[in-house]
Design a protein around this ligand. Structure first.
Ligand code: COA
Length: 162
């Protein structure tokens, strides 16, 4: 890592760099137009992690609807992985979603995405459903999506009534 990472809110101007990051991280990445559309959604918000003078190393985008939030995408550049950036972004998303009134955070993850599943399990997400054949693959059969949910906490205390 070079210097201290900085976590900040994502802006429309980040779209080109975030589309490049997405392309480096996903088999079926969002186009620049899709990235712009997502960032323009009124209920959407995102965060990026960057190091001085470098394009964003990692980013997450979420949206809130009533008291539920969805983590729409999370990507950490290959060179920056296993340094806690994804964990920091999930926590930032959770915090911001809670601030906007959400009580639960949802996401979908490909069943064969072992790093992401390990991350989400470590971060307290629980599997609650499955979408069969949700992710098309260039090679091989489509892969199921696992839907996961986490209660949104402020600090270490859940704000959801038991
Ligand atoms: C999944 C991904 C976001 C993880 O990002 P990251 O910054 O490397 O993750 P972190 O360093 O914050 O890891 C936090 C914890 O998640 C788990 N984890 C993350 N990557 C892992 C891996 N490759 N193998 C096993 N566990 C892993 C570990 O528990 C880790 O804690 P530890 O490093 O203290 O053991 C990253 O690999 C990525 O961008 N992949 C491609 C895009 C993607 O799959 N996004 C998610 C789509 S749902």
């Amino acid at each position: 890592m070079s210097g201290a990472p900085r976590l900040r809110a994502a802006a429309r101007e980040d779209a080109p760099a975030l589309a490049l990051l997405h392309a480096a991280c996903f088999e079926d990445p969002w186009s620049l137009a899709a990235m712009l559309d997502v960032l323009a959604m009124p209920a959407a918000f995102g965060h990026v992690v960057e190091f001085d003078g470098l394009p964003p190393a990692a980013a997450a985008i979420s949206r809130v609807a009533a008291d539920e939030a969805e983590l729409l995408t999370l990507a950490v550049g290959v060179a920056w992985r296993r340094h806690g950036l994804a964990r920091a972004l999930v926590d930032a998303a959770s915090e911001e979603a809670g601030r906007r009134g959400a009580r639960r955070l949802y996401l979908e993850v490909a069943e064969d995405n072992a790093p992401a599943r390990a991350l989400y399990a470590a971060e307290g997400f629980e599997p609650i459903g499955r979408r069969r054949g949700y992710y098309a693959r260039r090679e091989g059969p489509a892969v199921d999506a696992i839907t996961m949910r986490r209660e949104i906490r402020r600090g270490w205390r859940s704000i959801v009534a038991p």
